[in-house]
Design a protein around this ligand. Structure first.
Ligand code: TRP
Length: 362
């Protein structure tokens, strides 16, 4: 099986095999037990976990726990980035303390982005949209990797001291042949993930895409050797890009995603022109044979991003399968949903601007 590379994300074809190989447990037993969960959880985009049972216990017994997540400021904020933040906001509303960092150091080291640019993208693209999506100031600690969190000295030392708890052999086994910059990024990420424990919180969860799996193994190994508790993780599939179910939304390819600043016309144009269809080539054939929602990007996006009503989603699925709903009609449903979402979101973003300085000041 191909190695997962957190710096060069490729689509993953065989999730069950990957989960088996890395001992990732099935998340499905928790999906229905988490009340009012976001679509990512409810519709099983979140497929795997490590030690989520510990977090679930904290939720059930109202014990303290923290969420730690990092954003990579490498391009515009698009819908592929929403899976993580929706989960974070959900857990924040359940009472979790939130640690959010901007990986401006990693962006500089591995993506050739200047520090100034990385900071600007972190704030203007990510943080602003996160707040507009519902992230609150309460129980939130935000920091830049280059500056560090509240206990910045301990954080900086941790990222260095962690180096004594691994070997080149282990690094090679987990990551393959990586550059020194990537190694520094990995050690920094381990310190990020363990940081809440330096503030005394024992139970932490980091929700990530499967592409980040290597960092999870690495951090858990280091944690066990430094007498930290093992941080928990959940793993979600990445929402595919417009070109098809096995493609990804890529910042360098605007036709693969919808951006949070795309206007109505652009949304319509991109969906009509690029959204991969599971329908038949002609309307006649489509009516006879029906379409395949499982590979249809408009349907997949409705399922994981926009259609919250189970009954409606089911209807769309049935009608598409039977052929009574055409590709054109399905696309119209999606276009309307996206534009409605963005219209509301733009208003929220203007409100969010006011909160931004307060969050950055702390
Ligand atoms: N490597 C992550 C990415 O590419 C960013 C990141 C840095 C991160 N530190 C983290 C993610 C800690 C989760 C937890 O997106």
């Amino acid at each position: 099986m191909d190695r997962i590379d957190p710096w060069e994300v490729k689509e993953i074809k065989d999730y069950p095999r990957l989960m088996k190989e890395f001992g990732i447990e099935n998340f499905s037993q928790f999906s229905n037990r988490l009340k009012d969960a976001p679509l990512e959880i409810k519709r099983n985009l979140v497929m795997g976990h490590k030690d989520f049972n510990k977090v679930f216990e904290c939720i059930s017994k109202k014990k303290e726990f923290a969420i730690l997540t990092g954003l990579m400021p490498s391009g515009t904020f698009h819908f592929g980035h929403m899976s993580v933040i929706n989960q974070v906001i959900y857990y924040q509303n359940l009472g979790a303390k939130i640690y959010l960092l901007a990986a401006d150091l990693e962006a500089q080291l591995t993506r050739n982005i200047t520090q100034k640019e990385a900071k600007k993208i972190s704030v203007e693209e990510y943080l602003l949209n996160y707040i507009a999506l519902g992230l609150k100031k309460k129980h939130l600690e935000f920091y830049f990797q280059t500056i560090g969190p509240k206990k910045s000295q301990e954080y900086n030392n941790l990222s260095k001291l962690a180096s004594a708890k691994t070997t080149f052999n282990e690094i090679k086994t987990i990551y393959g042949n990586i550059t020194p910059q990537k190694l520094i990024s990995a050690l920094t990420q381990a310190a990020d993930i363990l940081y809440p424990q330096l503030e005394g919180i024992r139970s932490t969860l980091t929700p990530v895409g499967f592409d980040q799996h290597n960092h999870c193994s690495f951090t858990r190994d280091i944690a066990s050797r430094m007498k930290f508790s093992l941080p928990a993780f959940t793993f979600h599939k990445l929402i595919p890009g417009l070109q098809g179910p096995n493609t990804k939304m890529s910042s360098s390819k605007p036709e693969s995603y919808i951006d949070f600043s795309d206007n109505e016309k652009t949304v319509e144009h991109k969906i009509k022109k690029y959204a991969f269809s599971g329908g038949q080539p002609t309307i006649k054939e489509h009516k006879e044979k029906g379409g395949n929602p499982d590979v249809d990007i408009s349907f997949i996006w409705l399922k994981y991003l926009f259609e919250h009503n189970d009954k409606k989603l089911n209807e769309i699925e049935q009608n598409y399968r039977s052929g009574s709903l055409s590709t054109g009609e399905l696309k119209e449903i999606l276009i309307e949903k996206i534009n409605k979402f963005l219209k509301q979101h733009n208003k929220e973003r203007e409100k969010a601007r006011k909160l931004l300085p307060k969050i950055l000041k702390e």
